[in-house]
Design a protein around this ligand. Structure first.
Ligand code: BGP
Length: 458
């Protein structure tokens, strides 16, 4: 069967500043943490050893061209642009981002730009990070500066990438700095991130720029083990905590009442100011980026909560390992292709069918060198992964979902936070020692799909 996509469908990939650029002047929480606890990073590889986009941006953009991308998302590094977060703008950073943006446009690749992809300037973390409302204001100033500098040539902006991840990693589950485990502080960080988002949207609207502004959320559809009311309730609470805590404010302009009531009943609500509600209502977006990697399967808890343990989302559910689920064993994530369709249908039916696109989807695999044939990685599994997901996305579009494109994570193998270079995601293989880039089979497949705006599959 032939799967054809609408005209002007966005074909591309996503990356981020910290994961690709390499060394910079402004310190981030990642540099700081790595200097103190290198053992937390796979093989002790830190954020300075990346795919050197800062040096190779021009040839890398040629590679994007070879992959027939018509669009590409990356982020601006707040710490590179404004090393202390709030003071002077670094003119070298302005030159760098101008060159990248201009070159992308010249090559016919529409730049999609994220303002914050997990990389908090250390100077901002030193004053409390997202727990401090001054950081919200500093971020709004940074966003405004970006719009002024680049808003004439960047028409698709994203305030945050996966804003729940720094909340989970930094304040609940100990996989990002500052390694705090405290739900109320996590809720404060999440809440202030939503305020920061809304302030950036407000600034964008006030500037009457030509483009559009949105956010990128990692949506993990919550599937209950069974239709037993206890399982259904568990899935509902997981959905409130992990999806709707960001989805509702950015699409509906307010938080779900039952999420607020739940946190209130456990005395976990962040401090709110009366004017916050108006601001959040102004943060409604034009375009939603959806990152989809895995579903979340849950069941009701099997055991009682230890009342001495820190309050956690898991007080309300256990994760459920469905027998027979398909796994990506390297990342430990389930692969469930219909999830992409379920997300789109939920957006269509419950959120007014917003303009959206798949902003990340991907498969990280370890030791891909074992698949080299005639000098090229033959990543058949990645082609299967993409085409299966695309067939479900296609079904969503044919049923009226407003999905405008598909971006993969990622174009060149890059540095993945604590996993460093353990799992490789790229269309292009990176030799870490020589920095040589070689297109994988999946890159060729994607280039053909993008060119034809369609692909064939049994
Ligand atoms: C997303 C992030 C990316 C990227 C990707 C792969 O959550 O937006 O930055 O890293 O996941 O995940 P990981 O690197 O953890 O394997």
């Amino acid at each position: 069967m032939k799967y054809a996509f609408p005209d002007n469908f966005w074909w591309g990939s996503a990356s981020s500043a910290l994961q690709t650029e390499g060394a910079r002047e402004g310190e981030t929480t990642w540099d700081y943490w790595f200097a103190r606890e290198p053992n937390r990073f796979h093989n002790g590889v830190g954020p300075q050893q990346t795919s050197t986009f800062y040096q190779h941006w021009k040839t890398d953009i040629q590679l994007l061209k070879q992959l027939n991308h018509n669009s590409f998302r990356t982020s601006i590094s707040w710490a590179r642009l404004i090393p202390d977060g709030i003071g002077e703008v670094n003119p070298e950073a302005v030159d760098f981002y101008n060159q990248v943006i201009d070159e992308l446009n010249e090559q016919g690749i529409t730049p999609f730009i994220t303002l914050f992809h997990f990389d908090m300037p250390m100077a901002m973390q030193d004053i409390g990070g997202w727990e401090n409302r001054d950081v919200v204001d500093a971020y709004a100033r940074y966003a405004q500066i970006c719009f002024e500098l680049f808003g004439d040539r960047v028409l698709h902006w994203f305030t945050f990438n996966e804003p729940i991840v720094p909340v989970e990693g930094g304040y609940l589950y100990d996989f990002h700095y500052p390694n705090v485990v405290d739900f109320q502080r996590a809720a404060t960080v999440a809440y202030h991130t939503v305020l920061a988002h809304a302030k950036a949207v407000q600034a964008y609207r006030a500037g009457h720029y030509a483009g559009e502004i949105g956010i990128v959320l990692n949506l993990t559809p919550s599937y209950p083990r069974s239709q037993n009311p206890a399982d259904v309730k568990a899935a509902h609470i997981a959905d409130l905590m992990f999806n709707r805590s960001f989805l509702d404010p950015v699409l509906r302009g307010e938080y779900p009442a039952d999420l607020v009531a739940l946190l209130k009943s456990y005395d976990q609500l962040p401090a709110c100011k009366p004017e916050d509600g108006f601001l959040i209502a102004e943060g409604k977006i034009d375009l939603l980026g959806v990152n989809y990697y895995q579903p979340r399967r849950v069941k009701c808890r099997d055991s009682a909560v230890n009342p001495q343990a820190p309050f956690m989302p898991e007080w309300f559910f256990d994760s459920y390992e469905m027998p027979g689920r398909k796994m990506n064993p390297y990342r430990g994530w389930e692969i469930y292709e219909p999830g992409i369709y379920d997300i789109l249908v939920n957006l269509r039916d419950n959120y007014g069918n917003p303009r959206c696109f798949i902003s990340e989807n991907g498969m990280g695999v370890e030791n891909e060198q074992r698949f080299i044939e005639n000098g090229q990685i033959n990543d058949r599994y990645r082609i299967d992964f993409i085409s299966e997901h695309l067939s479900w996305l296609h079904k969503g579009i044919s049923e009226g979902c407003n999905c405008l494109g598909y971006h993969m994570w990622t174009f060149i193998d890059n540095w993945s936070w604590c996993n460093a270079y353990k799992n490789r995601y790229g269309f292009i293989q990176l030799d870490l020692k020589t920095q040589q880039r070689t297109i994988k089979k999946s890159g060729e497949w994607f280039a053909a799909t993008a060119l034809n705006n369609s692909f064939d599959k049994e």
